[in-house]
Design a protein around this ligand. Structure first.
Ligand SMILES: [Zn+2]
Length: 397
């Protein structure tokens, strides 16, 4: 058994599982050919994955003669995860299998400002109720993933100076939840888990993905080489406070002027509409007005798309994503937001960076955050190097 990071570690049981996670059944010979491993080595690793329940025999393939070779495939039902998407005023929970398929969901109006104990108690209570609903014991949980509507130190799972979350600053979220559900607990911000949820369920073939959440605020989750990119301090993707041209006189809540969020967020559009005598309290009112055909609302949403596109055009040149996914409540206003984004990106980004660039609307809908919170746990636990280092696989390599 090679040590983690040692040469050959990439071809351990974890690497075999990574191949099989696409769901396609394969024979031992196919796996040997794909990995370059000896058949006997492949057999040992398949046995370890079978013993862990992570793969299952899928019957026999057609053969020209003799005994048909057995095939094996990923077994997503082996374990389950609980994902929690805790927003400013709303919470959503999902139990999924290891492929991200939703087995049960629940949601409720829940004010994050109630503080960590009240909000996490709700999460634990209703999370356990969901497990009971799908008939699985807590022992089947691979872990719990939680998304919070503010900055999170991902390594420790603590919120860091969250502006709308009194009582949460520095709170040890994983320790509190683990005392009640004794499994690994991971925490990230809401935009990152939404990006992961979209990537995991709708766009797994795109390794470099930008997910824009356009809602009351504007943020971006970055998937680089298939993994969430968080940056040095976890602040990567904070695009809402990048300056856009022609907005120098517009003050932003961050203290600067001309920020994207101050001109193109749902809150900013609602303010513009109200100034024009059209009552709009926030992002959802803007969506409703746009859907009912209000020309001023549609015009402002289109312009918000252009402003977002202006910031993204720079990001496209820097990061060269394969896809940009536009989500968040403002994206429900119809095609006008994404049309504005496309208009500016294709005009302003370098031709090489946009040659194969796809710009698409989010597909996963309102459960993307909860699914992504669970996917964060799955990706972590099934990471090839981590899996090979775990006790189940140490002696079976
Ligand atoms: Zn700002």
């Amino acid at each position: 058994m090679p040590r983690r990071g040692a040469p050959g570690a990439s071809a351990g049981a974890g690497a075999l599982l990574r191949l099989l996670r696409d769901g396609a059944p394969r024979t031992r010979s196919e796996l040997a050919a794909l990995t370059g491993l000896a058949r006997s080595t492949v057999t040992g690793r398949i046995d370890a994955l079978l013993a862990a329940g992570l793969i299952a025999p899928t019957g026999e393939t057609a053969s020209t003669g003799g005994r048909p070779p057995a095939t094996f495939a990923f077994n997503p039902a082996a374990r389950i995860v609980l994902g929690a998407d805790l927003g400013a005023a709303h919470a959503r929970l999902a139990v999924t299998d290891l492929a991200g398929s939703v087995l049960a969901v629940t949601s409720a109006d829940l004010d994050i400002a109630l503080g960590p104990e009240a909000v996490l108690d709700w999460t634990v209570e209703h999370g356990l109720a969901l497990l009971a609903e799908v008939g699985r014991p807590a022992a089947d949980l691979l872990g719990v993933g939680i998304g919070l509507p503010g900055p999170v130190e991902h390594g420790t799972g603590r919120a860091v100076n969250p502006p709308i979350m009194p009582g949460w600053d520095g709170f040890d979220v994983p320790a509190y939840v683990r005392e009640r559900i004794p499994v690994p607990v991971m925490v990230d911000n809401d935009v990152n888990i939404m990006a992961l949820g979209e990537h995991f369920t709708a766009w797994p073939e795109y390794a470099h993905l930008l997910f824009v959440k356009a809602a009351t605020g504007i943020g971006c989750g970055i998937i680089a080489s298939g993994q969430v990119y968080r940056g040095a301090q976890g602040a990567a993707g904070d695009m809402g406070h990048i300056r856009v041209a022609g907005a120098d006189d517009v003050p932003c809540r961050c203290g600067n002027t001309g920020c994207l969020e101050a001109v193109a967020s749902g809150a900013a559009i609602a303010k513009h509409l109200t100034e024009q005598g059209i009552r709009a309290g926030g992002s959802l009112d803007v969506v409703e007005l746009a859907r009912s055909g209000s020309v001023p609302a549609l015009r402002l949403v289109r312009q918000a798309g252009r402003d977002i596109g202006e910031v993204l055009a720079g990001a496209v040149n820097f990061f060269n994503p394969s896809i940009i996914v536009i989500g968040g409540s403002l994206s429900l206003a119809g095609d006008h937001l994404i049309a504005g984004v496309r208009e500016v990106i294709y005009q302003r980004s370098l031709p090489l960076a946009t040659r194969h660039l796809r710009i698409a609307a989010a597909r996963t809908g309102e459960t993307s955050g909860a699914i992504g919170a669970g996917a964060m746990v799955i990706e972590h636990a099934l990471d090839p190097a981590r899996l090979d280092a775990s006790t189940d696989f140490k002696t079976n390599g």
